[in-house]
Design a protein around this ligand. Structure first.
Ligand SMILES: [Zn+2]
Length: 271
């Protein structure tokens, strides 16, 4: 349990630990145990990239590989169950193996906490950090921590400078682009108004309920990430409304500025 003192310190100093946080980990047992003891309210997700490697060893073949990713990436319970049935059909017993990975909220998107407005289920960002640390990774722990401090200091400053010219009332540029792309991505959908701002959207053989009043779609993607899904977008444009008004406030520039507002101050070497 060497992780406990470090995690305890982070929690105490950050004064956090509520269920509006989530840790994505590689299912390392010691970290998992430390999180259960110290951050019981904080959500946990397992990196699906790591899980998929183990799954592949147990159940090789491109079909099983594809089904695993479909189940892990399913936004709705309906799609999840559909893929799990396929998994079991192709390799009886595979479903049981998958069930032993832990609660579904740890690895499949359909059970993720919708309050977080994030569907991230990989730790690519950590691997990017690892690459950025370079040679420091092989050095003693204090040198490694010093390397981490420098990388974070520079990264936060770069991002703070990036958003200097952005208007605090706007949505971050990358999200605006994403919404603009979504606006052209649903031409075949049909929209039927059932009540003010309530729609049925027909997507091929599927019919989904969309509520512009509650910012929800039966596919669950909108609730999970806070950006309208294709079905939601179809309903919004059918009502001649601005799609950007339906993006969650966590994507606004003011939130970005808050996240990177406090930089790390430079430290003079003791010698
Ligand atoms: Zn949808």
């Amino acid at each position: 349990m060497r992780w406990s003192p470090l995690l305890r310190q982070i929690l105490e100093q950050g004064n956090r630990g509520d269920n509006n946080l989530c840790i994505i980990l590689d299912r390392h047992k010691a970290i998992d145990k430390a999180c259960s003891e110290l951050w019981p309210m904080v959500g946990r997700r397992y990196c699906t990239k790591h899980l998929s490697v183990n799954f592949k060893k147990m159940f090789p073949g491109p079909k099983m590989w594809k089904l695993f990713w479909l189940a892990a990436g399913a936004y709705s319970n309906f799609i999840f169950e559909k893929e799990m049935k396929q998994i079991d059909k192709h390799r009886p017993g595979a479903r049981l193996w998958v069930a032993n990975l832990g609660e579904q909220e740890r690895w499949s998107k359909h059970k993720f906490n919708p309050n977080l407005k994030s569907d991230v289920n990989k730790i690519d960002c950590v691997e990017n950090f690892n690459a950025a640390f370079g040679i420091d990774r092989t050095r003693p722990v204090l040198t490694l921590l010093e390397g981490i401090r420098k990388v974070i200091m520079v990264r936060m400053t770069t991002r703070r400078e990036l958003c200097n010219k952005w208007d605090i009332h706007d949505i971050c540029p990358k999200i605006v682009k994403r919404v603009q792309m979504l606006c052209t991505d649903f031409r075949t959908y049909l929209a039927y108004l059932s009540a003010p701002s309530e729609y049925e959207i027909v997507d091929g053989k599927s019919t989904l309920q969309v509520s512009l009043n509650h910012h929800t779609c039966k596919c669950n993607q909108w609730q999970l990430i806070g950006i309208p899904c294709k079905h939601g977008m179809r309903a919004i444009l059918n009502s001649n409304l601005d799609p950007l008004k339906f993006v969650h406030e966590w994507y606004y520039v003011k939130r970005y500025k808050m996240a990177y507002g406090n930089g790390i101050r430079p430290i003079t070497d003791r010698e």
